[in-house]
Ligand binder design. Structure first.
Ligand SMILES: [Fe+2]
Length: 302
Protein backbone atom coordinates (compact mmCIF):
# COMPACT_ATOMS: atom_id res chain seq x y z
CA UNK A 1 0.00 0.00 0.00
CA UNK A 2 1.70 3.15 -1.10
CA UNK A 3 1.68 6.19 -3.27
CA UNK A 4 4.48 5.91 -5.82
CA UNK A 5 4.83 9.34 -7.36
CA UNK A 6 4.50 13.05 -6.66
CA UNK A 7 2.57 14.11 -9.76
CA UNK A 8 1.99 17.83 -9.34
CA UNK A 9 1.33 20.65 -6.92
CA UNK A 10 -1.25 23.40 -7.23
CA UNK A 11 -1.14 26.85 -5.68
CA UNK A 12 -3.73 29.55 -5.29
CA UNK A 13 -2.18 32.88 -6.21
CA UNK A 14 -3.48 36.46 -6.33
CA UNK A 15 -2.24 37.04 -9.91
CA UNK A 16 -1.90 34.03 -12.20
CA UNK A 17 -0.08 35.93 -14.95
CA UNK A 18 2.66 37.02 -12.53
CA UNK A 19 2.99 33.41 -11.40
CA UNK A 20 3.14 32.17 -14.97
CA UNK A 21 5.89 34.69 -15.78
CA UNK A 22 7.91 33.59 -12.74
CA UNK A 23 7.77 29.89 -13.64
CA UNK A 24 8.55 30.68 -17.31
CA UNK A 25 11.71 32.51 -16.25
CA UNK A 26 12.46 29.53 -14.02
CA UNK A 27 12.43 27.32 -17.13
CA UNK A 28 9.00 25.69 -17.26
CA UNK A 29 6.71 25.86 -20.29
CA UNK A 30 2.93 26.20 -20.51
CA UNK A 31 0.82 23.08 -20.68
CA UNK A 32 -2.60 23.11 -22.33
CA UNK A 33 -5.31 24.23 -19.92
CA UNK A 34 -8.91 23.12 -19.95
CA UNK A 35 -10.06 25.11 -16.96
CA UNK A 36 -9.30 28.21 -14.92
CA UNK A 37 -5.83 27.02 -13.88
CA UNK A 38 -2.53 28.06 -15.46
CA UNK A 39 -0.71 24.77 -16.04
CA UNK A 40 3.04 24.45 -16.49
CA UNK A 41 5.48 21.61 -17.03
CA UNK A 42 9.12 20.82 -17.70
CA UNK A 43 9.61 20.99 -21.49
CA UNK A 44 10.45 17.30 -21.91
CA UNK A 45 7.36 16.03 -20.09
CA UNK A 46 3.79 15.94 -21.32
CA UNK A 47 1.92 16.26 -18.00
CA UNK A 48 1.60 19.45 -16.01
CA UNK A 49 3.51 19.62 -12.73
CA UNK A 50 2.50 23.12 -11.53
CA UNK A 51 -1.07 24.44 -11.49
CA UNK A 52 -1.89 28.02 -10.53
CA UNK A 53 -5.47 28.82 -9.50
CA UNK A 54 -6.84 32.28 -8.77
CA UNK A 55 -7.12 33.04 -5.06
CA UNK A 56 -6.95 35.82 -2.48
CA UNK A 57 -3.45 34.95 -1.29
CA UNK A 58 -0.76 32.45 -2.13
CA UNK A 59 -1.45 29.10 -0.51
CA UNK A 60 -1.35 25.42 -1.41
CA UNK A 61 -4.47 24.44 -3.39
CA UNK A 62 -3.63 20.72 -3.47
CA UNK A 63 -0.93 18.08 -3.89
CA UNK A 64 -1.35 15.15 -6.28
CA UNK A 65 0.27 11.75 -5.81
CA UNK A 66 0.19 8.70 -8.09
CA UNK A 67 -0.85 5.20 -7.01
CA UNK A 68 -0.62 3.05 -10.17
CA UNK A 69 -2.24 -0.35 -10.63
CA UNK A 70 -3.23 -2.23 -7.49
CA UNK A 71 -1.80 0.51 -5.28
CA UNK A 72 -4.89 2.65 -5.84
CA UNK A 73 -7.28 0.20 -4.21
CA UNK A 74 -4.76 -0.45 -1.44
CA UNK A 75 -4.52 3.27 -0.71
CA UNK A 76 -8.32 3.52 -0.69
CA UNK A 77 -8.51 0.71 1.88
CA UNK A 78 -5.75 2.21 3.98
CA UNK A 79 -7.54 5.57 4.08
CA UNK A 80 -10.80 3.86 5.08
CA UNK A 81 -8.98 1.81 7.74
CA UNK A 82 -7.47 4.98 9.19
CA UNK A 83 -10.89 6.65 9.25
CA UNK A 84 -9.91 9.29 6.68
CA UNK A 85 -13.03 10.37 4.82
CA UNK A 86 -12.90 11.00 1.09
CA UNK A 87 -14.12 14.42 0.02
CA UNK A 88 -15.55 15.91 -3.17
CA UNK A 89 -13.19 17.22 -5.83
CA UNK A 90 -12.50 20.89 -5.00
CA UNK A 91 -14.15 23.18 -7.54
CA UNK A 92 -12.09 23.50 -10.72
CA UNK A 93 -9.55 20.84 -9.67
CA UNK A 94 -8.67 17.86 -11.90
CA UNK A 95 -11.27 15.10 -11.89
CA UNK A 96 -10.43 11.57 -10.92
CA UNK A 97 -8.77 9.66 -8.14
CA UNK A 98 -9.38 10.09 -4.43
CA UNK A 99 -9.54 13.43 -2.61
CA UNK A 100 -8.80 13.69 1.12
CA UNK A 101 -7.42 16.26 3.56
CA UNK A 102 -4.15 15.72 5.40
CA UNK A 103 -3.95 16.55 9.14
CA UNK A 104 -2.96 20.16 8.34
CA UNK A 105 -6.04 20.56 6.14
CA UNK A 106 -4.27 20.44 2.75
CA UNK A 107 -6.30 18.87 -0.05
CA UNK A 108 -4.55 15.75 -1.36
CA UNK A 109 -5.46 13.97 -4.61
CA UNK A 110 -4.34 10.37 -5.16
CA UNK A 111 -4.58 9.40 -8.82
CA UNK A 112 -4.24 6.02 -10.61
CA UNK A 113 -1.08 7.08 -12.44
CA UNK A 114 2.64 6.36 -12.33
CA UNK A 115 5.42 8.92 -12.60
CA UNK A 116 6.50 10.39 -15.89
CA UNK A 117 10.28 10.47 -16.26
CA UNK A 118 12.17 12.57 -18.81
CA UNK A 119 14.61 10.89 -21.21
CA UNK A 120 18.05 10.35 -19.66
CA UNK A 121 20.73 12.95 -20.36
CA UNK A 122 24.13 11.82 -21.68
CA UNK A 123 26.42 11.12 -18.72
CA UNK A 124 28.37 14.11 -17.36
CA UNK A 125 32.04 14.11 -18.36
CA UNK A 126 33.87 15.55 -15.36
CA UNK A 127 37.59 15.35 -14.77
CA UNK A 128 38.53 14.61 -11.17
CA UNK A 129 41.87 13.71 -9.57
CA UNK A 130 42.93 10.39 -11.05
CA UNK A 131 39.76 10.04 -13.18
CA UNK A 132 39.75 11.68 -16.59
CA UNK A 133 36.38 11.54 -18.37
CA UNK A 134 36.89 14.42 -20.82
CA UNK A 135 39.98 14.32 -23.04
CA UNK A 136 41.02 16.97 -25.57
CA UNK A 137 37.62 18.61 -25.26
CA UNK A 138 36.76 22.00 -23.71
CA UNK A 139 34.48 21.72 -20.71
CA UNK A 140 33.10 25.23 -20.13
CA UNK A 141 29.45 25.08 -21.28
CA UNK A 142 28.40 27.35 -24.16
CA UNK A 143 24.92 28.87 -24.26
CA UNK A 144 23.78 26.81 -21.30
CA UNK A 145 20.30 27.38 -19.88
CA UNK A 146 18.60 25.92 -16.82
CA UNK A 147 16.04 23.44 -18.09
CA UNK A 148 14.14 21.76 -15.26
CA UNK A 149 13.75 18.06 -16.13
CA UNK A 150 11.11 17.05 -13.59
CA UNK A 151 9.45 17.94 -10.29
CA UNK A 152 11.33 16.28 -7.43
CA UNK A 153 9.71 17.40 -4.20
CA UNK A 154 7.57 19.84 -2.29
CA UNK A 155 8.33 21.20 1.18
CA UNK A 156 5.49 22.36 3.39
CA UNK A 157 5.46 24.25 6.66
CA UNK A 158 3.61 22.48 9.43
CA UNK A 159 2.81 23.17 13.07
CA UNK A 160 3.19 19.44 13.82
CA UNK A 161 5.79 17.54 11.74
CA UNK A 162 5.20 14.24 13.59
CA UNK A 163 1.46 14.31 12.84
CA UNK A 164 2.18 14.89 9.14
CA UNK A 165 4.87 12.16 9.09
CA UNK A 166 2.41 9.74 10.66
CA UNK A 167 -0.27 10.45 8.05
CA UNK A 168 1.99 10.28 5.01
CA UNK A 169 3.87 7.16 6.16
CA UNK A 170 1.25 5.08 8.00
CA UNK A 171 -1.73 5.97 5.81
CA UNK A 172 -0.21 6.76 2.39
CA UNK A 173 2.81 4.43 2.65
CA UNK A 174 5.63 6.96 2.20
CA UNK A 175 8.93 6.33 4.00
CA UNK A 176 10.96 8.53 6.28
CA UNK A 177 14.42 9.11 4.73
CA UNK A 178 16.01 11.44 7.29
CA UNK A 179 15.12 14.21 9.69
CA UNK A 180 16.72 16.83 11.89
CA UNK A 181 15.21 16.82 15.36
CA UNK A 182 11.78 18.43 15.31
CA UNK A 183 12.89 21.02 12.72
CA UNK A 184 12.63 19.28 9.37
CA UNK A 185 11.72 15.81 8.04
CA UNK A 186 12.10 14.23 4.59
CA UNK A 187 9.82 11.51 3.14
CA UNK A 188 10.00 9.59 -0.14
CA UNK A 189 7.63 7.62 -2.35
CA UNK A 190 10.18 7.01 -5.16
CA UNK A 191 13.93 6.42 -5.33
CA UNK A 192 14.51 10.14 -4.71
CA UNK A 193 15.81 10.87 -1.21
CA UNK A 194 12.69 12.98 -0.69
CA UNK A 195 9.49 13.83 -2.51
CA UNK A 196 7.79 15.57 0.39
CA UNK A 197 9.32 17.39 3.33
CA UNK A 198 8.06 19.28 6.37
CA UNK A 199 9.54 22.31 8.08
CA UNK A 200 8.25 23.25 11.53
CA UNK A 201 6.36 26.54 11.72
CA UNK A 202 3.52 28.07 13.74
CA UNK A 203 1.07 27.07 11.01
CA UNK A 204 0.76 25.27 7.68
CA UNK A 205 2.10 26.78 4.45
CA UNK A 206 3.81 26.12 1.14
CA UNK A 207 7.58 26.66 1.34
CA UNK A 208 9.04 25.44 -1.97
CA UNK A 209 8.92 22.97 -4.83
CA UNK A 210 12.09 21.61 -6.38
CA UNK A 211 13.04 20.65 -9.92
CA UNK A 212 15.96 18.57 -11.14
CA UNK A 213 18.50 20.12 -13.52
CA UNK A 214 21.48 18.58 -15.30
CA UNK A 215 24.51 20.06 -13.53
CA UNK A 216 25.78 22.56 -10.99
CA UNK A 217 26.44 24.84 -13.98
CA UNK A 218 22.73 24.76 -14.76
CA UNK A 219 21.87 25.67 -11.18
CA UNK A 220 24.22 28.68 -11.26
CA UNK A 221 23.07 29.79 -14.72
CA UNK A 222 19.43 29.48 -13.62
CA UNK A 223 20.13 31.49 -10.46
CA UNK A 224 21.66 34.29 -12.53
CA UNK A 225 18.76 34.23 -14.98
CA UNK A 226 16.24 34.67 -12.15
CA UNK A 227 18.20 37.64 -10.77
CA UNK A 228 18.50 39.15 -14.27
CA UNK A 229 14.72 38.76 -14.65
CA UNK A 230 14.25 40.99 -11.62
CA UNK A 231 13.51 38.35 -8.99
CA UNK A 232 14.76 39.29 -5.53
CA UNK A 233 17.74 37.26 -4.27
CA UNK A 234 16.83 33.74 -3.19
CA UNK A 235 19.31 31.44 -1.50
CA UNK A 236 22.29 29.49 -2.85
CA UNK A 237 24.16 28.11 -4.64
CA UNK A 238 24.94 25.65 -1.87
CA UNK A 239 24.87 22.01 -0.84
CA UNK A 240 22.42 20.38 1.53
CA UNK A 241 23.52 17.79 4.09
CA UNK A 242 20.21 15.91 4.13
CA UNK A 243 19.60 14.60 0.61
CA UNK A 244 23.09 15.89 -0.39
CA UNK A 245 21.85 17.90 -3.37
CA UNK A 246 23.27 21.13 -4.72
CA UNK A 247 20.63 23.85 -4.60
CA UNK A 248 19.53 27.31 -5.56
CA UNK A 249 16.20 28.67 -4.31
CA UNK A 250 14.60 31.34 -6.51
CA UNK A 251 12.22 33.51 -4.48
CA UNK A 252 8.76 33.55 -6.04
CA UNK A 253 6.43 36.59 -6.12
CA UNK A 254 4.76 35.50 -2.86
CA UNK A 255 7.83 34.89 -0.66
CA UNK A 256 8.02 31.13 -1.19
CA UNK A 257 10.54 29.43 -3.49
CA UNK A 258 11.21 27.29 -6.56
CA UNK A 259 14.40 25.27 -6.21
CA UNK A 260 16.83 23.91 -8.79
CA UNK A 261 18.46 20.71 -7.55
CA UNK A 262 21.21 18.43 -8.83
CA UNK A 263 22.84 15.26 -7.47
CA UNK A 264 20.25 14.19 -4.90
CA UNK A 265 20.76 10.96 -2.90
CA UNK A 266 19.12 7.97 -4.60
CA UNK A 267 17.51 5.24 -2.47
CA UNK A 268 16.39 2.01 -4.17
CA UNK A 269 13.23 0.45 -2.76
CA UNK A 270 15.06 -2.50 -1.24
CA UNK A 271 18.31 -1.41 0.36
CA UNK A 272 19.92 -0.88 3.73
CA UNK A 273 19.08 2.83 4.09
CA UNK A 274 18.49 3.80 7.72
CA UNK A 275 16.86 7.14 8.47
CA UNK A 276 19.13 9.39 10.49
CA UNK A 277 18.23 12.15 12.93
CA UNK A 278 20.75 14.90 12.10
CA UNK A 279 21.90 17.53 14.60
CA UNK A 280 20.42 20.99 14.21
CA UNK A 281 23.51 22.45 12.50
CA UNK A 282 23.07 19.95 9.64
CA UNK A 283 19.37 20.67 9.11
CA UNK A 284 19.89 23.00 6.18
CA UNK A 285 23.30 23.04 4.49
CA UNK A 286 26.97 22.13 4.46
CA UNK A 287 28.14 25.14 2.45
CA UNK A 288 26.66 28.13 0.68
CA UNK A 289 25.92 31.78 1.37
CA UNK A 290 24.69 32.57 4.89
CA UNK A 291 21.07 31.56 5.43
CA UNK A 292 18.90 34.62 4.74
CA UNK A 293 16.34 35.49 7.40
CA UNK A 294 13.47 35.30 4.87
CA UNK A 295 14.24 31.66 3.96
CA UNK A 296 12.38 30.13 6.89
CA UNK A 297 9.64 32.76 6.99
CA UNK A 298 6.10 31.46 6.52
CA UNK A 299 4.48 34.37 4.65
CA UNK A 300 1.10 32.65 4.85
CA UNK A 301 0.97 33.55 8.56
CA UNK A 302 1.60 37.31 8.00
FE1 LIG B 1 14.27 21.26 -1.53
Amino acid sequence: MAVRALLHYALEVPDQSIGEKFYRHFGLVDAPSRDNAVRMRPARLTRETVLLYPGQRKRLHHLAFGAPGDEMQAVRESLAGAGVREMDTPSGAPDGGIWVRDPDGHAVNIRPEGRELPPADPPLTLNSPGHIARVAERGCPEGLEARPRRLGHVLLFTPDPDRQIDFYTRVLGMRLSDRSRSIVAFLRCTTDHHNLAFLASKGPGFHHASFEVGSIDEIAVGAQRMLDAGCPPGWGVGRHVIGSNFFYYARDPWGSFAEYFHDLDHIPEHCAWEPRDFPEQDALYRWGPPLPEYFGHNTELD
